[in-house]
Design a protein around this ligand. Structure first.
Ligand code: HEC
Length: 129
């Protein structure tokens, strides 16, 4: 990011000799290539439903949603692939995640709304398996 102003400064520098210009011409495409390579990284950071699940939910709800983990057994986590959970609306799932329920911790202060949305979307993909 900091390179772009540098490039522009070089291009608009009146004292730049013609010899500098071809170099700038090669540098700009390189910056665009670098940005194109970075874009998928940014996309992965955003679509972190799976990452959020693994970091914050899996210890209780399990990789398979069944809650068959030490944390799940201790807190009596409901299986998230039960017909009941499948028939809950996204809004209801989001509400439980935000506000907590019984021994289910509240995540409103720990996760953004976007993260909660994407983790519920990830749970939906697991429910279909
Ligand atoms: C400390 C263990 C624990 C963690 C961590 C945890 N949960 Fe839960 N979860 C529970 C328990 C226990 C319940 C059952 C609550 C009840 O008694 O109704 C539950 C219930 C739920 C329900 C409601 C299911 C239903 O059918 O009513 C949803 C949705 C849910 N959890 C999502 C999540 C998400 C998303 C995360 C991660 C951001 C998460 N949970 C993390 C323990 C946990």
């Amino acid at each position: 990011m900091t390179r772009i102003p540098v490039c522009l400064a070089q291009t608009s520098n009146p004292s730049a000799t013609p010899a500098h210009r071809p170099a700038t011409g090669r540098l700009l495409p390189a910056v665009f290539v670098a940005l194109a390579l970075l874009a998928p990284v940014a996309a992965r950071a955003q679509s972190s439903g799976a990452d959020v699940y693994k970091a914050k939910c899996q210890m209780c709800h399990g990789a398979d949603l069944k809650g068959n983990t030490p944390g799940g057994k201790m807190t009596h986590a409901q299986p998230l692939d039960s017909p009941e959970a499948i028939h809950k609306t996204d809004a209801e799932m989001i509400a439980v995640t935000r506000n907590g329920k019984e021994k289910m911790p509240a995540f409103a202060a720990k996760l953004s709304d976007a993260q909660i949305k994407s983790v519920i979307a990830y749970i939906r993909t697991l429910q279909k398996k």
